[in-house]
Design a protein around this ligand. Structure first.
Ligand SMILES: [Zn+2]
Length: 384
């Protein structure tokens, strides 16, 4: 979520991406050219695709992280004023599910125990939301399929940075029992007690994955939790693949050869981009790389980034990981913060643009969510 060395938050970066004339960087006219729902093939592809955003910072009302205190009440008045709701926005986007990622080092976590408390508080807050029955938690492939088939908006719960573990392996099972099925080991800061591995934005000082980090990977594999190594250094990923018995993913990044429509953003994000070699080792172990909207100055750029990743690792190993939130408190921009104003919804517009750029329906089914489903299904197979 954070920009690494720049020290800027996602929202700050989005602000930077706003043009001087007051129009958003992403608001160019070509965004709408193919996202207007006029291509009849779009509906057919959407009907076949379990659309999934592998990395999303959407938070059910009342569960947004707060820099000081962990989860904080969302400004529900604003939300109601703009008529937004997470299930509604999911439907509008054309996605079946998002991997809802709670950023754990967003809060200060000043002492051991803080990160765990923050995560448990978030899980409890989400539980309360789920009880209302408008949103569902997907624990396995069957539930992702149901989200799509029955139009039941779903989240896969995940966390960005596993600072809650603090050297206690039993805490992985603790959150598994609370519904977490996708775990991103690293983010910006080290675990206060027992770091798991080097990130791609900090100075390497752990020799890649630590011995305890390796234990966490193995524990995730044992339990049936998908391991996400976004933000990890190349050495960390290589070491994790040595001990992993299941495929793993890098949920949100882009090839370092892509600069998109925003060279300034590309420069800031450089440490977080990955080489072809890095992407290939993830794919070679059966995993997936999620392509960011963050660097793409337009929908067209975004699909070109997907294409570049597919060229690098093959159609079976690419997904979508926007690193945005679908839910915006700003009226009229609720479908997606990355490309506000898409008339047909974010995912519908992506599908339209992919068709426009020559992807086949089968390709889109895979990249749009089928690949994530394959890996998620494999990792969670046989578990409740
Ligand atoms: Zn991130």
């Amino acid at each position: 979520m954070r920009s690494g060395n720049s020290g800027l938050s996602r929202r700050e970066l989005l602000t930077i991406g706003t043009g001087a004339a007051g129009t958003t960087l992403f608001g160019s006219a070509r965004l709408y050219a193919t996202g207007d729902g006029k291509d009849p093939r779009v509906a057919q592809v959407l009907a076949r695709t379990i659309g999934i955003d592998m990395h999303n910072h959407v938070y059910p009302a009342g569960t947004e992280p707060h820099p000081q205190r962990g989860p904080a009440p969302r400004q529900e008045e604003q939300q109601q004023a703009s008529g937004l709701s997470l299930p509604g926005e999911l439907r509008r986007s054309g996605l079946a599910a998002v991997c809802a990622s709670f950023v754990l080092d967003f809060a200060r976590n000043e002492k051991p125990g803080d990160a765990r408390d923050n995560l448990l508080n978030w899980l409890t807050a989400v539980d309360e939301q789920l009880k209302e029955g408008h949103l569902h938690r997907a624990l396995n492939l069957k539930e992702l399929q149901a989200a799509h088939d029955h139009g039941r908006p779903a989240i896969v719960q995940t966390v960005e940075g596993s600072h809650f573990i603090e050297g206690r392996l039993d805490r992985v099972e603790e959150v598994y029992k609370r519904g977490l099925r996708h775990l991103q080991l690293l983010h910006d800061r080290d675990d206060l007690v027992s770091p798991l591995g080097d990130t791609n934005t900090g100075t390497p000082h752990l020799g890649g994955l630590t011995a305890f980090g390796a234990d966490v990977v193995k524990e995730c594999n044992r339990l049936g939790i998908l391991v996400d190594l976004a933000h990890a250094s190349h050495e960390t990923v290589l070491a994790a693949l040595k001990v992993a018995t299941q495929p793993l993913i890098v949920s949100h990044t882009c090839l370092d050869s892509r600069t998109g429509g925003n060279p300034r953003m590309a420069e800031m994000m450089k440490p977080r981009l990955i080489s072809k070699e890095h992407a290939k080792v993830v794919a070679g172990a059966g995993g997936i790389v999620g392509v960011w909207t963050k660097l793409a100055g337009s929908l067209q750029d975004f699909v070109e980034s997907i294409k570049a990743m597919v060229d690098a690792v093959g159609i079976d190993h690419v997904g979508i990981g926007t690193d945005t939130d679908l839910l915006s408190s700003r009226e009229g921009q609720g479908t997606n913060m990355a490309y506000p104003g898409l008339s047909g919804g974010f995912f519908s517009a992506v599908v339209a643009e992919m068709l426009h750029q020559g992807f086949t329906a089968d390709d889109i089914v895979k990249v749009g969510g089928g690949n994530y489903c394959r890996v998620f299904g494999k990792v969670t197979a046989g578990r409740a």
